[in-house]
Ligand binder design. Sequence first.
Ligand code: MN
Length: 246
Amino acid sequence: MTNHHSVANTPDFSRRGFLIAAVAGASLLAVRGLRPAFAQATPPIATSGITLPPLPYPEDALAPVISANTMSFHYGKHHKAYVDNLNKLIAGTDLANAPLEKIITTTAGVADKQGIFNNAAQTWNHTFHWKSLKPNGGGKPGGELGQKIDATFGNYDNFKKELMTAAATQFGSGWAWLVIDNGTLKVVKTPNADLPLVHGQKPLLTIDMWEHAYYLDYQNRRADYVNAVIDKLLNWDFASENLAKG
Ligand code: MN
Protein backbone atom coordinates (compact mmCIF):
# COMPACT_ATOMS: atom_id res chain seq x y z
CA MET A 1 0.00 0.00 0.00
CA THR A 2 1.38 3.38 -0.98
CA ASN A 3 1.35 6.09 1.55
CA HIS A 4 2.57 9.08 -0.40
CA HIS A 5 -0.07 11.44 1.04
CA SER A 6 1.14 10.92 4.59
CA VAL A 7 2.43 14.14 6.14
CA ALA A 8 5.03 12.21 8.12
CA ASN A 9 6.49 10.73 4.96
CA THR A 10 6.60 14.03 3.06
CA PRO A 11 10.26 14.98 2.89
CA ASP A 12 9.79 18.65 1.96
CA PHE A 13 7.38 20.81 3.95
CA SER A 14 5.01 21.27 1.02
CA ARG A 15 2.15 23.76 1.17
CA ARG A 16 -0.33 20.89 1.34
CA GLY A 17 1.59 19.30 4.18
CA PHE A 18 1.83 22.63 5.96
CA LEU A 19 -1.92 23.19 5.70
CA ILE A 20 -2.66 19.74 7.06
CA ALA A 21 -0.23 20.29 9.91
CA ALA A 22 -1.68 23.75 10.61
CA VAL A 23 -5.25 22.47 10.68
CA ALA A 24 -4.27 19.54 12.88
CA GLY A 25 -2.39 21.90 15.19
CA ALA A 26 -5.32 24.28 15.39
CA SER A 27 -7.67 21.40 16.20
CA LEU A 28 -5.39 20.24 18.98
CA LEU A 29 -5.23 23.74 20.42
CA ALA A 30 -9.01 24.06 20.14
CA VAL A 31 -9.45 20.79 22.00
CA ARG A 32 -7.29 22.11 24.81
CA GLY A 33 -9.23 25.35 24.91
CA LEU A 34 -6.32 27.33 23.51
CA ARG A 35 -6.33 29.47 20.43
CA PRO A 36 -3.56 29.49 17.85
CA ALA A 37 -1.94 32.89 17.32
CA PHE A 38 -3.07 33.16 13.68
CA ALA A 39 -6.74 32.83 14.71
CA GLN A 40 -6.78 35.83 17.01
CA ALA A 41 -8.33 38.10 14.38
CA THR A 42 -11.47 35.96 14.08
CA PRO A 43 -14.33 36.91 16.42
CA PRO A 44 -14.60 34.69 19.49
CA ILE A 45 -17.50 32.24 19.67
CA ALA A 46 -20.04 33.64 22.12
CA THR A 47 -19.55 32.08 25.51
CA SER A 48 -22.22 34.17 27.23
CA GLY A 49 -25.61 34.37 25.60
CA ILE A 50 -27.97 31.41 25.66
CA THR A 51 -27.02 27.88 26.67
CA LEU A 52 -28.65 24.58 25.70
CA PRO A 53 -30.26 23.24 28.90
CA PRO A 54 -29.69 19.55 29.64
CA LEU A 55 -32.53 17.16 28.83
CA PRO A 56 -34.58 16.50 32.01
CA TYR A 57 -34.19 12.70 31.37
CA PRO A 58 -31.94 10.34 29.37
CA GLU A 59 -32.48 10.23 25.59
CA ASP A 60 -34.05 6.76 25.79
CA ALA A 61 -36.41 7.61 28.68
CA LEU A 62 -39.46 8.30 26.48
CA ALA A 63 -39.16 5.12 24.40
CA PRO A 64 -41.06 3.46 22.89
CA VAL A 65 -43.37 6.46 22.42
CA ILE A 66 -40.43 8.61 21.29
CA SER A 67 -37.28 6.68 20.42
CA ALA A 68 -33.77 7.50 21.59
CA ASN A 69 -32.90 7.98 17.92
CA THR A 70 -35.51 10.73 17.54
CA MET A 71 -34.40 12.33 20.80
CA SER A 72 -30.79 12.24 19.74
CA PHE A 73 -31.56 14.22 16.56
CA HIS A 74 -34.31 16.38 18.01
CA TYR A 75 -32.41 17.51 21.10
CA GLY A 76 -28.81 16.99 20.02
CA LYS A 77 -29.13 18.46 16.52
CA HIS A 78 -32.33 20.53 16.12
CA HIS A 79 -32.58 22.12 19.57
CA LYS A 80 -28.81 22.64 19.71
CA ALA A 81 -28.83 24.27 16.25
CA TYR A 82 -31.46 26.81 17.35
CA VAL A 83 -29.30 27.73 20.35
CA ASP A 84 -26.12 27.92 18.26
CA ASN A 85 -27.79 29.99 15.52
CA LEU A 86 -29.31 32.32 18.08
CA ASN A 87 -25.94 32.94 19.74
CA LYS A 88 -24.36 33.70 16.36
CA LEU A 89 -27.15 36.15 15.52
CA ILE A 90 -27.06 38.05 18.83
CA ALA A 91 -23.27 38.11 19.27
CA GLY A 92 -22.09 41.71 19.51
CA THR A 93 -25.64 43.14 19.49
CA ASP A 94 -27.75 44.76 22.22
CA LEU A 95 -29.34 41.36 22.82
CA ALA A 96 -26.05 39.51 23.41
CA ASN A 97 -26.60 39.25 27.17
CA ALA A 98 -30.37 39.52 27.31
CA PRO A 99 -32.51 36.79 28.88
CA LEU A 100 -34.23 34.50 26.34
CA GLU A 101 -37.76 35.79 27.06
CA LYS A 102 -36.59 39.36 26.53
CA ILE A 103 -35.01 38.41 23.19
CA ILE A 104 -38.29 36.80 22.13
CA THR A 105 -40.56 39.68 23.13
CA THR A 106 -38.36 42.41 21.66
CA THR A 107 -37.98 40.69 18.26
CA ALA A 108 -41.53 39.31 17.81
CA GLY A 109 -43.13 40.82 14.72
CA VAL A 110 -40.04 42.90 13.87
CA ALA A 111 -39.36 42.28 10.16
CA ASP A 112 -35.55 42.50 10.22
CA LYS A 113 -35.31 40.50 13.46
CA GLN A 114 -37.22 37.45 12.24
CA GLY A 115 -34.17 35.19 12.26
CA ILE A 116 -33.40 36.05 15.87
CA PHE A 117 -37.05 35.62 16.87
CA ASN A 118 -37.37 32.25 15.14
CA ASN A 119 -34.24 30.80 16.76
CA ALA A 120 -34.98 32.32 20.18
CA ALA A 121 -38.59 31.15 20.19
CA GLN A 122 -37.61 27.66 18.99
CA THR A 123 -34.96 27.50 21.73
CA TRP A 124 -37.61 28.37 24.31
CA ASN A 125 -40.30 26.11 22.81
CA HIS A 126 -38.06 23.04 22.84
CA THR A 127 -36.93 23.52 26.45
CA PHE A 128 -40.61 23.83 27.39
CA HIS A 129 -41.51 20.80 25.26
CA TRP A 130 -38.97 18.52 27.02
CA LYS A 131 -40.41 19.57 30.37
CA SER A 132 -43.95 18.94 29.09
CA LEU A 133 -43.11 15.25 28.71
CA LYS A 134 -41.98 12.56 31.15
CA PRO A 135 -41.69 8.79 31.24
CA ASN A 136 -44.93 7.18 32.53
CA GLY A 137 -46.86 10.43 32.20
CA GLY A 138 -50.09 11.13 30.36
CA GLY A 139 -53.67 10.24 31.13
CA LYS A 140 -56.13 12.27 33.14
CA PRO A 141 -54.59 14.72 35.60
CA GLY A 142 -55.90 15.11 39.14
CA GLY A 143 -55.94 18.11 41.45
CA GLU A 144 -56.87 21.64 40.48
CA LEU A 145 -55.89 21.13 36.85
CA GLY A 146 -58.09 18.04 36.53
CA GLN A 147 -61.03 20.02 37.96
CA LYS A 148 -60.33 22.93 35.64
CA ILE A 149 -60.28 20.61 32.64
CA ASP A 150 -63.65 19.14 33.64
CA ALA A 151 -65.10 22.60 34.23
CA THR A 152 -63.80 24.01 30.94
CA PHE A 153 -64.17 21.13 28.50
CA GLY A 154 -66.92 19.11 30.20
CA ASN A 155 -64.63 16.14 30.78
CA TYR A 156 -61.13 14.86 30.08
CA ASP A 157 -62.14 13.02 26.89
CA ASN A 158 -63.47 16.24 25.36
CA PHE A 159 -60.24 17.99 26.30
CA LYS A 160 -58.18 15.23 24.73
CA LYS A 161 -60.26 15.40 21.55
CA GLU A 162 -59.70 19.15 21.34
CA LEU A 163 -55.95 18.81 21.88
CA MET A 164 -55.78 16.03 19.26
CA THR A 165 -57.69 18.22 16.79
CA ALA A 166 -55.50 21.24 17.41
CA ALA A 167 -52.37 19.14 16.90
CA ALA A 168 -53.70 17.35 13.84
CA THR A 169 -54.99 20.48 12.14
CA GLN A 170 -51.84 22.58 12.64
CA PHE A 171 -51.02 22.86 8.93
CA GLY A 172 -47.29 22.37 8.44
CA SER A 173 -44.87 22.92 11.30
CA GLY A 174 -45.97 24.24 14.66
CA TRP A 175 -47.04 23.53 18.20
CA ALA A 176 -50.15 22.48 20.15
CA TRP A 177 -50.55 24.07 23.59
CA LEU A 178 -52.64 24.05 26.73
CA VAL A 179 -52.64 27.66 27.95
CA ILE A 180 -54.32 30.03 30.37
CA ASP A 181 -55.82 32.91 28.40
CA ASN A 182 -57.49 35.64 30.45
CA GLY A 183 -57.91 33.22 33.33
CA THR A 184 -59.47 30.54 31.10
CA LEU A 185 -58.01 27.17 30.16
CA LYS A 186 -57.65 26.92 26.39
CA VAL A 187 -56.20 24.62 23.73
CA VAL A 188 -54.39 26.59 21.03
CA LYS A 189 -52.03 25.88 18.14
CA THR A 190 -49.25 28.08 16.77
CA PRO A 191 -47.40 27.89 13.44
CA ASN A 192 -43.62 27.56 13.09
CA ALA A 193 -41.87 29.22 16.06
CA ASP A 194 -44.88 31.21 17.29
CA LEU A 195 -45.65 30.85 21.01
CA PRO A 196 -48.19 31.90 23.69
CA LEU A 197 -45.72 34.28 25.36
CA VAL A 198 -46.20 36.86 22.58
CA HIS A 199 -50.00 36.53 22.70
CA GLY A 200 -50.38 37.32 26.39
CA GLN A 201 -51.13 33.68 27.21
CA LYS A 202 -49.55 31.52 29.90
CA PRO A 203 -48.51 28.09 28.56
CA LEU A 204 -49.07 25.03 30.76
CA LEU A 205 -47.70 22.44 28.34
CA THR A 206 -46.94 21.90 24.67
CA ILE A 207 -46.55 19.20 22.01
CA ASP A 208 -44.06 19.71 19.19
CA MET A 209 -45.85 19.19 15.87
CA TRP A 210 -42.86 19.72 13.59
CA GLU A 211 -42.22 16.63 11.47
CA HIS A 212 -38.76 16.23 13.02
CA ALA A 213 -40.52 15.48 16.34
CA TYR A 214 -42.14 12.27 15.10
CA TYR A 215 -41.17 11.36 11.55
CA LEU A 216 -38.44 8.81 12.39
CA ASP A 217 -40.87 6.93 14.65
CA TYR A 218 -44.30 7.55 13.07
CA GLN A 219 -43.67 8.81 9.51
CA ASN A 220 -47.03 10.23 8.33
CA ARG A 221 -49.02 8.82 11.27
CA ARG A 222 -49.23 12.18 13.01
CA ALA A 223 -52.38 11.32 14.98
CA ASP A 224 -50.73 8.18 16.42
CA TYR A 225 -47.83 10.30 17.68
CA VAL A 226 -50.13 12.84 19.34
CA ASN A 227 -52.35 10.15 20.83
CA ALA A 228 -49.39 8.29 22.33
CA VAL A 229 -47.87 11.48 23.74
CA ILE A 230 -51.17 12.50 25.36
CA ASP A 231 -51.81 9.02 26.81
CA LYS A 232 -48.27 8.17 27.93
CA LEU A 233 -45.99 11.18 28.22
CA LEU A 234 -47.72 14.44 29.17
CA ASN A 235 -46.17 15.80 32.35
CA TRP A 236 -49.14 17.00 34.39
CA ASP A 237 -46.89 17.84 37.34
CA PHE A 238 -45.12 20.39 35.15
CA ALA A 239 -48.44 21.77 33.85
CA SER A 240 -49.74 22.08 37.44
CA GLU A 241 -46.59 23.96 38.48
CA ASN A 242 -47.15 26.39 35.61
CA LEU A 243 -50.80 26.79 36.58
CA ALA A 244 -49.78 27.59 40.17
CA LYS A 245 -47.30 30.27 39.06
CA GLY A 246 -48.76 33.79 39.32
MN1 MN B 1 -38.81 20.33 17.44
